[in-house]
Ligand binder design. Structure first.
Ligand code: SF4
Length: 508
């Protein structure tokens, strides 16, 4: 009898599985995974969790947390990506395992800078909050015991004795509600937030916390643990960076764009050079609009700008011949003469089109790549204006583009919360006069394509929020150059295994 490799893989894993490791659908992720895992699984788990966290981020700014719509959309995503979505679902070992391992992989990828740590922590906290609040009271109790957070429930006698104080000091609690709910006696240090917000009764150095507020304590505890764990993981960075299998993979993940690479355009050659000025106003994202303006004004762009803008133009359909003509016409209006252009700059344009050097057909940069790498210096125009511009300058720029004041306020709020791509989505909505962008923005060329579809009436306006995006397991071309020497899913076999993942999470 023949078994497929998928069957063998599944059953081999089940034979050595660790069901007892996951008694609950929810966890504090205190113990790193110790099993061996194939590189293929490693990458697919990581990408799925990244998709999930991006959805969590999007939902967090689009809907009030805890509303029915928020919960339904998050559950749908969890279900689709095969993460545990119902506390009561039986035998979801595979989902729990995926949840556990993927959390630790992203922890490795996202411990690498302060910005990444903050982003990861925020999304994991939101995810945890949703999941904890979905538990039944019984399962919450079981979970609290499991993570050694068993707060002491006060007895009926003490509750009756304090009933008046509990009712007057706990917002939303009348006497009958006090009788119904369980109260916990908690040390003040654990209930600082509730105490500050005057939401609990305090006596003799203890806070009396109703069951419905217990999530605040649990979340505080989880936040402390996860921040500490991220800081400790960051300390093991040197050993991660020396691991040639992991380092490129983790670096891809933290810069990760998981959508189409826009390297092949069906509209190649369909855009004329004369259209670019108008398109830059109507359909370019702010980063490219800024680069185009700078090029027209100063007849020059430095290397970072030429790469970012040149590859974007290639992605929207400029042929090599058009690109050479476009750049040359502009540069010779400045300080570069035709001869110098042909000898110097033309080479790098042909290089971007894969006609020189290693003949790599370079792909346009994704938002994550633009946001996370090569920040612009003085005199540069590349980068993401939502990430790299001074907020006051950004505000002026948006005003000059006639974005209404309320829209500017919304954009600046998103920027302040470091939601740069969401700020860009808002810019899209305001400049295209739509209520809801209807896609999850990850790439400047995606912005262009969606804008063109919309302006030409080719896309039906979706009022419903669509979180699914168009994720695919692809990396940016520059990244895939590195990955040639790296065992990622494209070149790894299922039986290549990663062992000893836990070594990266030890305290030293
Ligand atoms: Fe460009 Fe992306 Fe920034 Fe928008 S979010 S400005 S598309 S880099």
């Amino acid at each position: 009898m023949e078994f497929s490799s998928r069957w063998r893989q599944k059953h081999a894993r089940l034979a050595g599985d660790r069901r007892e490791q996951y008694p609950h659908s929810l966890q504090f992720y205190l113990e790193p995974p110790t099993e061996s895992i194939s590189l293929v699984e490693f990458e697919s788990f990581a990408i799925d969790r990244l998709k999930l966290l991006k959805v969590v981020e999007n939902l967090g700014v689009s809907y009030a947390r805890g509303t029915d719509l928020y919960k339904t959309k998050l559950e749908t995503e969890l279900r689709k990506l095969k993460f545990p979505y119902r506390a009561l679902a039986e035998d979801d070992y595979e989902a729990r395992r995926k949840d556990h391992i993927s959390h630790f992989i992203l922890r490795l990828a996202y411990c690498q800078s302060e910005d990444l740590r903050r982003w990861f922590l925020q999304q994991e906290m939101d995810l945890f909050r949703y999941r904890f609040n979905e538990l039944t009271e019984y399962l919450m109790q079981k979970f609290l015991e499991h993570v050694n957070l068993s707060f002491e429930a006060i007895g009926e006698d003490l509750k009756n004795e304090l009933a008046n104080e509990l009712s007057t000091s706990t917002p939303g609690f009348n006497m009958s509600k006090v009788k119904e709910q369980m109260f916990y006696k908690v040390g003040l240090a654990d209930a600082v937030d509730l105490f500050r917000a005057r939401r609990v009764f305090i006596k003799d150095g203890f806070a009396y916390v109703p069951f419905k507020e217990i999530d605040v304590l649990v979340l505080n505890n989880y936040r402390t643990k996860l921040s500490k764990a991220l800081a400790l993981t960051a300390r093991s960075l040197p050993s991660i960076q020396s691991d040639e299998r992991l380092q490129p993979l983790l670096s891809h993940l933290s810069h990760s764009y998981v959508g189409p690479d826009y390297s092949v355009q069906k509209n190649t050659g369909k855009i004329s050079l004369e259209q670019i000025d108008a398109l830059s106003v109507k359909s370019f994202p702010l980063c490219m609009r800024q680069l185009h303006r700078a090029l027209r004004d100063s007849h020059h762009l430095r290397h970072g700008g030429r790469m970012q803008y040149g590859l974007f133009l290639k992605g929207i359909g400029l042929t090599l011949e058009q690109a050479l003509e476009f750049w040359k016409k502009e540069f010779i209006r400045g300080k570069v003469d035709a001869d110098k252009f042909d000898k110097g700059y033309a080479y790098s344009i042909r290089h971007n089109y894969g006609k020189e050097g290693k003949r790599t057909d370079y792909t346009p940069y994704s938002c994550m790549k633009i946001i996370m790498s090569n920040p612009p210096s003085q005199g540069d125009y590349h980068g993401c204006p939502f990430r790299h511009s001074d907020p006051e300058l950004l505000k002026q720029k948006l005003q000059s583009y006639r974005i209404p004041p309320s829209g500017i306020t919304q954009i600046l709020e998103l920027v302040k919360g470091m939601h740069y791509q969401l700020a860009c989505q808002k810019y899209f909505e305001l400049t295209h006069d739509v209520d809801d962008i209807g896609f999850s923005l990850n790439h400047p060329n995606q912005y262009f394509t969606e804008s063109q579809k919309l302006l030409s009436g080719g896309r039906e306006l979706k009022k419903e929020f669509n979180n699914s995006g168009n994720f695919q397991q692809k990396h940016n071309s520059q990244e895939s150059i590195n990955s040639r020497s790296t065992p990622t899913s494209s070149n790894a076999t299922a039986d290549t295994e990663l062992e000893g993942l836990e070594a990266y999470f030890t305290e030293d």
